[in-house]
Ligand binder design. Sequence first.
Ligand code: ADP
Ligand code: MG
Length: 451
Amino acid sequence: MYDVWKNALAEIEQQISAANFSTWFQDTSLLSTDDGHIVIGVKNSFFVKQLHNRYLDTIKSALEHNNIGVSDVTFEVSSNTKVTPRPREITHTTPSIKPYIRKAKTSLDPYHSTGLNQKYTLDNFIVGSNNDLAVSAARNIISSPGDRYNPFFLYGGPGLGKTHLVQAIGNEILKTRPDFKIFYTPISHFYSDFIDAIQSGKGKEFNLKFRKLDCLIVDDFQFIVNKEKSQEEFFNIFNDLYQLNKQIIVTSDRLPSQIKTVDERLASRLTWAGAFDLQLPKFEDKCAILRAKAELSDIDIEPEAIEYIAENVNTNIRDLEGEFSTILLMSEVRGVTPLELIKNGAVNINKQSRLRPASAKQIVDKVAKYFNLSPKDIRSRSRVSNIKNARQVAMFLLSKELNLSTTKIATEVGLQNHTTVMHGIRKIDSDLKKDFSLRDQIEEIKENIYG
Ligand code: ADP
Ligand code: MG
C-alpha cells in the first residue's frame, strides 16, 4: 500500500506546483483501499476539506493509474499519519523545496472552484439528429444565460452525453464571461456538502455560496434522495436563483415526474421551460462521432472499421468510445490495422440494445449460475469475496441493461443501502477499464442472458 501511494504521489507531483505539493501532500498517507473505498490520512481537519475540494480528481486518477479501483475517496485525520518520504526521483527534481516554508496561496473561499472539467467543450460535442435540439438550446444559453431556457432540463439514458453537454455550456460561458460564477455539482455531492456544512456549523456559508452563483449546474438529478432537509435546501436555492434570473441547468436519466423521491412542486418547476432529451445516435451520427474522435486524436482508421463499430454498438456513446479505444489499443499492441483486426475476426463487439429486455430475475439467475452460485447467495448479505464480486456484477448488469434505479437494484440483490449499489457499480465500471478478462466475463454473461 505504501508503494502504491508513493507512486501516486510521484504522479501528483508531476501535475501540480512544487509548493502546492509540499503544502498539501507532504503529510498524507494511504490508510485503506477496501473495495475501492479509499481512505487517505491527513494531519488535521483543515486538510480534509481542502484536499477534497482541490485535489479529489487528481488523487483519483493518480490511484487509478496505479491500478487501484476507486469508487470514492474520503480523508480522515489520522494521528499515525507519518511524514511520507518523498519518492527518490522526485527529491532530485525539486531539492530546494522545504515543506511548509513556502506555503501555497490558500484560497479564502473554499468554494471558488467551478467543478467543471475543461475537456468538455462544444467543439468536441458532435451534433446529430439525436441531440440537435438540445444543442441549439445550449447555444442559446451560452449567448444569453438565464433567459429563455431557464431552467434547462436535459434528460436521457446513460452515456448519451448529458454530462458532456452541460459541462460544455459552463465552459463556453466562461470563455466570454470569465467572471461568471458557475458551479457544477452532481446532486450526490450537493447532499454530502450540505450535510458536511450543517454538521460543521457552516450552513450559512453553504447558503451564501449557492446564492451568489450566476449559473448552477446539477448533474444526475435522478439520485435526489428524499431527505426532507436536503431536498428542501435544493428547492430553496432553486427558487432564489430562478427569481434572480440566474441560469439553472439540471440533468437526469428521466423526467422529474418519473422520479419517485422528488417533491411534486419541484418536479414541475424543473420543466417549466421545457425538457430536452438526448437520444440514441443513429448510424450516421455514430460514424460522425467516431470520425471526429479519430481526427481530434490524429488517428488513422479505415472508414470501414468506423462503420463496423458504429453498426455494432447500439447502446450509447460511452460504449461506442469504449469499443473504439479497445480496437485502437489492440491494433497498436498487435501491429495490425483496425480493419485487419475486424477481418481476422479478432474483434467481437456485442453491444446491442435489446429488443426483448431481460428481467431482473433473469439477470440475477444468470450471474449466479455463471459464478457457480445460487441466486440466494447473491441476495444473501454474505461478504465472502466471490459472492460479493458476483453481486457487484449483477448490480452492474441490472443498471446497464435495465437502467434500474440504485434503490430498485438494492431490492433485487437483497441490499438495504443504495449507496452500496452505487459503489458496486462504480467499482465494476472502473475495473472494466483495465481488466480485459472481466470484460469477457460480462460479455459472456450477457450472451447467457440474451442468447
Ligand atoms: P451521460 O452523462 O449522459 O451519462 P456523458 O456526457 O458522460 O454521458 O458521455 C459519455 C461519453 O460520450 C463521454 O466521453 C462524452 O464525451 C461522449 N459523448 C457523448 N455525446 C457525444 C457527442 N455528441 N459527441 C462527442 N462525444 C460525445
Ligand atoms: Mg453523466
